[in-house]
Design a protein around this ligand. Structure first.
Ligand SMILES: *Cc1c(COP(=O)(O)O)cnc(C)c1O
Length: 434
């Protein structure tokens, strides 16, 4: 496979952009080799600057539920573009998308649009702190909530991949207000709440969780974990935040909270909500959201928030979801088909590698025991994953360039795409196991 143009561009990029990329995991650092510079995405495929074509399972790290550049989103963007790119004044579309979100996700009674998942989670935490008058938060080891200071403590995704889950530049004060619990371990949460009480009152403003974790690889919540979290937070008057930046509109129209039937107080969104453009959102109970400026005193703003081009893409995506609930059945069937194909190859390999899947998100862990939390995830053989990644890439299959990430199936993936992927997976597994 010729990669000369990507190689040249990467050398040049490193001179002007830290590490040559605008977001760390893109750099292929944990799997080795040169990142591919992409020139085009169509449906399930991406084409790089050297003209190589790949079946893509990253989907821009989550947003592309319908594959690359679907006609209905593209048309919606083009239509919006005719009227201008930004006004800094309210538009009708913002009302429509807010209404649509509250319709799809009933726990969200009011919603505020922002520009990224990071902004959504940072703002949700501020809202929870302002609302409760408490400072501390509980997050889970291996969960990633964007790059806000108080989240970069034992974080997942790139932070985990690059071995700096707790980043330099985060102050001791920030770190001290973030308490770390273990995913799928309700006792670890109870213990933190008990340890952080003064005169009988806990100091915890919020518990934030990925209801299905995707940023230590795909890790499912065990039976009752989310329900018990809900109960404790209600008892202790702690705001429960579901970070559905990845799972929102991916697992079902109402996200993970619909599937597990647990209503958080607040929810954060990103990725699919923007239809491929930079959008995030946070929302929840009216009594909390009415504390947000200018309705209330908690300040949060954004020059380009609710941008008409971005909203047109997001509105097209969410409208499609509302009108086509059958896509989730199709995604489930196709993803199960892929899962089974990969599992057959695992069987043949004689190893006990773990494949975690829910709906259209999954991770093949090169670990031999069930992966249920951070500690079991990091037992994975990341070197072996790197080899596997390149064997797949050489066969035209583009997977996440790191073990601790989810891969995504889109509605654009055809049976032929899945069969090619399964065939490539057989060969790749054989090659790396011998
Ligand atoms: C991607 C992600 C974020 C961060 O979103 P950005 O748009 O990258 O800032 C936050 N939380 C979760 C669960 C994510 O998957």
């Amino acid at each position: 496979m010729n990669r000369s143009v990507s190689e040249r561009l990467f050398e040049e990029a490193k001179k002007y952009i830290p590490g040559g990329v605008n977001s760390p995991v893109r750099a292929f650092k944990s799997v080795g080799g040169t990142p591919l510079f992409i020139s085009k995405g169509i449906g399930s495929k991406m084409i790089d600057v050297d003209g190589n074509e790949f079946i893509d399972y990253i989907g821009s790290w989550g947003p592309h539920l319908f594959g690359h550049n679907p006609d209905f989103i593209k048309q919606s963007i083009l239509d919006a573009l005719e009227n201008g790119t930004s006004f800094g004044a309210p538009t009708e579309l913002e009302v429509k998308i807010a209404k649509l979100i509250t319709d799809l996700v009933p726990s969200v009674e009011m919603v505020r649009m922002v520009n990224s998942g990071t902004e959504a989670t940072m703002s949700a935490i501020r809202a929870a702190r302002g609302f409760t008058g408490k400072d501390k938060i509980i997050k889970f080891e291996g969960c990633y909530h964007g790059h806000g200071d108080f989240f970069l403590i034992k974080a997942g995704s790139g932070a985990l991949t690059f071995g700096v889950p707790t980043s330099p530049g985060v102050t001791k004060g920030n770190a001290a207000d973030t308490l770390i619990a273990e995913y799928n371990n309700i006792d670890s949460v109870k213990k933190l709440i008990q340890e952080n009480k003064t005169s009988g009152r806990n100091q915890i403003a919020a518990v934030i969780v990925e209801p299905v974790a995707g940023n230590m690889g795909t890790v499912l919540p065990e039976k009752n974990f989310l329900k018990e979290l809900r109960d404790i937070c209600s008892e202790e008057k702690i705001v429960l935040i579901f970070d559905e930046v990845m799972t929102g509109f991916r697992l079902s129209k109402g996200g993970a909270q619909e599937i597990y039937d647990v209503k958080p107080d607040m929810t954060t969104f990103g990725k699919i909500i923007g239809g491929g453009l930079p959008v995030g959102a946070y929302g929840g109970k009216k009594e909390i959201m009415e504390m947000i400026s200018p309705a209330g005193p908690i300040y949060q703003a954004g020059t380009l928030s609710g941008n008409p081009i971005a909203m047109s893409a997001g509105y097209a995506a969410l409208t499609y979801i509302k009108n086509h609930p059958e896509i989730y059945e199709q995604l489930e069937q196709n993803s199960a088909y892929l899962e089974n194909g990969i599992k057959e190859a695992i069987k043949l390999s004689g190893r006990n590698f773990q494949l975690n899947r829910i709906g259209s998100m999954m991770t093949l862990f090169f670990a031999e025991e069930p992966v249920t939390d951070y500690k079991s995830a990091i037992k994975s053989d990341t070197k072996l994953y790197g080899k596997y990644f390149h064997e797949m890439l050489n066969r035209g299959i583009y997977l996440p360039p790191a073990q601790f990430e989810a891969m995504f199936v889109s509605t654009a993936h055809s049976k032929d795409d899945l069969d090619k992927t399964i065939a490539a997976n057989f060969e790749a597994m054989k090659k790396i196991i011998e």
